[in-house]
Design a protein around this ligand. Structure first.
Ligand code: UN1
Length: 493
């Protein structure tokens, strides 16, 4: 019925309009709405949005500050009940949500369904956690929090950040990505319908300038951010410059590797690599970017991978047969093509198959054989998988070179040797290690998804830790004595 609802919505929907200045038009700088287009069919306008003005942001922050005491005094059980209500509304309106995920964000239907479910899970999860952590007196929240979310999970991360901040008692100023304001607006409406007061959750569409204004506003007491590294660094600087210094909880990108050893099952490696690299057309921070193969099995795995890539269907995400949808925008596609060209110019071999449709921002998945991890220009946010051969005896050196790239988000290990799995797990500094499985699709709840170093402010960006970071009371985990000094890396088996 969800798919039927999707097609119904697609046929019947009129382009929704985002009336951005929810707090009244700015007489000094009237907001000009611009059209939003389906990334799979760039001639199909799906709605309009206007960025929030400086005055909108200032007024919203002021309102949030005024609302802070009332929201903090709302019993935890009532806040949690509202989040459970929101989950029920997300389920009830899944047809409209799926339609927007496909048409605004270019998600395939399976990815869109998974995202609705993730948003529902986030609401229930933070409701349950808040009830369990704070059954008695509510803790002291930080105060108004800005939640700045990305276009690649425009529903799940948008709702997840809001749910965590609200559960902890903070009013939220939610800024969706400039590419995906419509789905965020619908989610905001459902959260309001669930009982969350309008002053406790305000919607501020716009681009980086809105995020910058929010981060600089003195009423803001913390920022939850998922997105690019440069944006995280800019927000960090703005927060650090403020008085008082306010916390940033950020998750950015990664140059995520899968380390395969000689004992791994080739077919499983191919299946897991394919999903990890090309699901969502590679537009996930968790996606596999660099497949590291031992010399002795590399040829066989690369051949299987090429055949499997030939089977992938690139096309309109509204079609059930499509495995990969489009990139989010013309600019995103150009960036990936530019990175591929730079690798080709360095003499790296690129295989691309199958052909992608011409209209829309589609890209055929690409396999690039590189000779050193340092060839990668950082994160390439698209359907590009680099493959690197390494000598078995040089595995420690490989791990050191991966580490030196500076990122620490996800790492896959493919091996049937338990001691090697254990050793590699101990040696790497990443937020999420996946063993003998794909390395995307973090599960809401027990997996506190987050990145280290260039990938974010740490794995405590999720799970119950996130709630403790959103209140002023001491995090009970922080009271546990620090671990003993790190022991030197054990030798590889
Ligand atoms: C992101 O892509 O910005 O585990 C983070 C996963 C997703 C990652 C979301 N939950 O693949």
């Amino acid at each position: 019925d969800a798919v039927a609802a999707l097609h119904g919505d697609m046929a019947a929907d009129r382009p929704p309009t985002v009336a951005a200045p929810l707090l009244g038009a700015d007489p000094c700088m009237p907001a000009v709405a611009h059209a939003l287009f389906n990334p799979a069919r760039p001639y199909e306008a799906i709605g309009e949005m206007a960025a929030s003005s400086a005055r909108d942001v200032a007024a919203a922050c002021h309102t949030a500050a005024g609302e802070a005491a009332a929201w903090a005094a709302t019993p935890v059980a009532r806040r949690a009940q509202m989040l459970d209500n929101a989950a029920a509304l997300l389920i009830a309106r899944r047809g409209a949500l799926l339609s927007l995920l496909v048409r605004e964000a270019g998600k395939t239907l399976p990815a869109a369904l998974a995202e609705v479910r993730e948003a529902v899970d986030f609401c229930h999860y933070y409701a349950r956690q808040a009830r369990q952590l704070w059954p008695g007196a509510a803790p002291t929240p930080l105060g108004p929090v800005a939640a700045i979310s990305p276009w690649n999970f425009p529903l799940a991360i948008f709702v997840g950040q809001i749910a965590a901040a609200l559960a902890a008692g903070n009013p939220v100023l939610a800024k969706p990505a400039a590419e995906t304001p419509l789905i965020a607006r619908l989610a905001t409406e459902l959260l309001h319908e669930a009982g969350i007061p309008r002053g406790a959750l305000q919607y501020l569409p716009g681009g980086g300038e809105v995020g910058a204004r929010l981060s600089a506003d003195p009423h803001i007491r913390g920022v939850l951010f998922t997105g690019s590294l440069p944006a995280a660094q800019a927000i960090h600087a703005a927060l650090a410059a403020g008085d008082p210094v306010r916390p940033l909880i950020a998750e950015t990108g990664g140059v995520n590797a899968m380390v395969v050893d000689g004992s791994a099952l080739a077919e499983q490696v191919v299946r897991d690599a394919l999903v990890s690299a090309f699901d969502s057309a590679g537009q996930r921070c968790s996606a596999l970017r660099l497949l590291c193969l031992p010399e002795e099995t590399a040829d066989g795995i690369i051949a299987l991978l090429g055949d499997a890539m030939d089977e992938l269907q690139v096309g309109d995400p509204a079609e059930l047969a499509s495995d990969l949808g489009p990139l989010i925008s013309h600019g995103a596609k150009a960036n990936v093509e530019q990175a591929l060209q730079a690798l080709a110019d360095q003499g790296m071999r690129i295989t691309r198959a199958p052909l992608a449709p011409r209209d829309g921002h589609f890209l055929a998945p690409a396999l690039v054989e590189i000779d050193a991890p340092e060839r990668l220009p950082g994160e390439i946010f698209g359907p590009v998988l680099a493959v690197l051969r390494y000598r078995r005896t040089e595995l420690p050196l490989l791990l050191a070179r991966l580490d030196a790239l500076g990122y620490g988000l996800t790492l896959g290990i493919a091996s049937r040797c338990p001691s090697l799995i254990k050793t590699v797990t101990q040696m790497v500094r990443v937020g999420n290690v996946y063993v003998n499985r794909n390395q995307i699709g973090a599960v809401v709840g027990h997996q506190p998804f987050g990145g280290e170093r260039l990938s974010g402010t740490g794995p405590k960006a999720g799970g119950p830790w996130l709630l403790w970071r959103l209140v002023r009371d001491a995090d009970p985990c922080a009271l546990i004595p620090a671990a003993a000094p790190a022991v030197p890396h054990p030798a590889l088996p």
